[in-house]
Design a protein around this ligand. Structure first.
Ligand SMILES: Cc1cc2nc3c(=O)[nH]c(=O)nc-3n(C[C@H](O)[C@H](O)[C@H](O)COP(=O)(O)OP(=O)(O)OC[C@H]3O[C@@H](n4cnc5c(N)ncnc54)[C@H](O)[C@@H]3O)c2cc1C
Length: 418
């Protein structure tokens, strides 16, 4: 039996991205006085998916009714805007257009209208002339405008979660890569690459691109593996061509939204991301190859099954990745004036996409818990938008698991331990 003092913390969070930090933030809010430690392998927060994305506050229009994505994105978008207002973080609610450029896309666009309305979102249908009222340089057969979409600086949000956690007494250790997890009847002991040991009642795994590996370290079979998909961007040299956010109609066979045009909080316009297999989990460039990681991806039967099922789409994405002229031609469907010279390479991101053994790309957020552990196994887009509700749900599960060790939340007065 461990005494309370023998634990280094009550809840240990692995991962200082927006999901891990939001979880730590929720713990300090819902159960003040809980001893929370976050271990992050990089020397600062938000160095991976959280700091390398499109920066879009998604409305929730795309997601199946009843899914966690739909529930958390609709609620999370509104909460995130409030959070940005409260903490003075750059953001803007601009609305966005989803534009059909081919007849075959019209039924899918119409289905999105129905879905958006079912979610209670402000959706307006537009003809070609109305599209140009919003976006004078964009062309399409029809479009919809969703009023609640916006942009924000997700890195700044993550940094703010981190500072709120430390102000509330939580600890965040950077440069602390978890390399081993020892599960005991009383909880977990993790070891970092530099030999520190941290003992906790509950481990929360928010390791993003490495979440399946951390689950395996803890002895929990996640049932899925992370297959990394790089998303490459260009920056538009003539940002005046795009006023806000312009998306194509997504292909329902994929969880990715297709190359879009995004005017960020700083006024720059990014074009992307595509979706190409990455040869390393942090393979931000096509030259980055990690043979061990690649071998593990190829050893997962689901990887071959997605390749067989989606080879045609994948080949198109690879071609547009390797050929700037092919990429430009694809963008011209939405923005006919764009030229190759207008597109300047910009840093890429890598998505942590969970894939089941049978090749299914896990569509919804996936959170699993077991004694002493809670694992966030799939938190792709719109998890940054939905970070506040996701963090609360993960924190709720972590507190239940902590209570199972005989722990009760400390009594607090005015947010301080008494
Ligand atoms: C190209 C792209 C575009 C996107 N666009 C959007 C968008 O517009 N809107 C939106 O809402 N979402 C978007 N997303 C999704 C969003 O970025 C992610 O859902 C979100 O950032 C996930 O956060 P996370 O904390 O789970 O992961 P991450 O931000 O990847 O954080 C995981 C952290 O865990 C750390 N870690 C891993 N292993 C260990 C270990 N062993 N020990 C210690 N630390 C470890 C990593 O260093 C990392 O910092 C996009 C994603 C990508 C890649």
């Amino acid at each position: 039996m461990m005494t309370h003092a023998a634990y280094d913390c009550d809840v240990l969070v692995i991962g200082g991205g927006i999901v891990g930090l939001s979880t730590a933030y929720a713990l300090t809010r819902t159960a003040p006085g809980t001893r929370v430690t976050v271990l992050e392998k990089e020397w600062g927060p938000a160095r991976h998916q959280t700091g390398r994305n499109s920066g879009v506050i998604h409305s929730g229009i795309y997601y199946a009714p009843g899914s966690l994505k739909a529930r958390y994105a609709v609620r999370g978008a509104a909460e995130l805007v409030d959070f940005c207002v409260e903490h003075g973080i750059d953001h803007a609610v601009t609305g966005k257009l989803i534009v059909a450029t081919g007849r075959a896309e019209l039924p899918r666009l119409h289905a999105l209208v129905q879905r958006g309305r079912a979610h209670g979102l402000p959706v307006r249908e537009l003809g070609p002339a109305q599209i140009t009222e919003y976006e004078p340089h964009v062309r399409g057969l029809a479009a919809i405008r969703v009023g609640t979409t916006g942009v924000c600086d997700f890195t700044a949000v993550a940094v703010r979660f981190a500072s709120e956690v430390t102000v509330s007494g939580g600890q965040i250790r950077y440069g602390a890569e978890v390399v081993a997890v020892d599960r005991r009847p009383w909880g977990v002991a993790v070891r970092t690459a530099d030999g520190q040991v941290v003992r906790a009642r509950v481990l929360v795994n928010c390791a993003g691109l490495h979440s399946d590996r951390v689950a395996l370290l803890a002895g929990d079979e996640p049932g899925a593996r992370i297959v990394p998909f790089r998303g490459e961007y260009y920056e538009l040299a003539r940002p005046e061509l795009v006023r806000g956010l312009v998306y194509p109609v997504p292909d329902p066979a994929f969880p990715f939204l297709g190359v879009h045009l995004t005017r960020g909080v700083d006024g720059s316009v990014h074009v992307g991301p595509n979706a190409v297999p990455a040869l390393a989990r942090e393979g931000y460039d096509r030259t980055v190859v990690r043979p061990g990681e690649l071998a593990a991806t190829l050893a997962w039967p689901g990887s071959w099954r997605i390749a067989r099922r989606h080879w045609r789409y994948g080949a198109g994405e690879m071609h547009r990745s390797l050929s700037k002229s092919a990429f430009t031609r694809a963008v011209r469907r939405l923005l006919p004036e764009v030229t190759e010279a207008d597109l300047r390479p910009s840093p890429a991101g890598v998505r942590a996409q969970a894939v089941l053994r049978d090749g299914t790309l896990v569509d919804d957020f996936l959170i699993r818990d077991a004694p002493h552990t809670v694992h966030v196994l799939n938190a792709p887009s719109p998890a940054a938008t939905a970070s506040l509700p996701i963090g609360r749900e993960v924190a709720r599960r972590a507190l239940l698991r902590a209570r199972a060790t005989g722990w009760t939340p400390p009594a607090v007065e005015s947010g301080h331990c008494v």
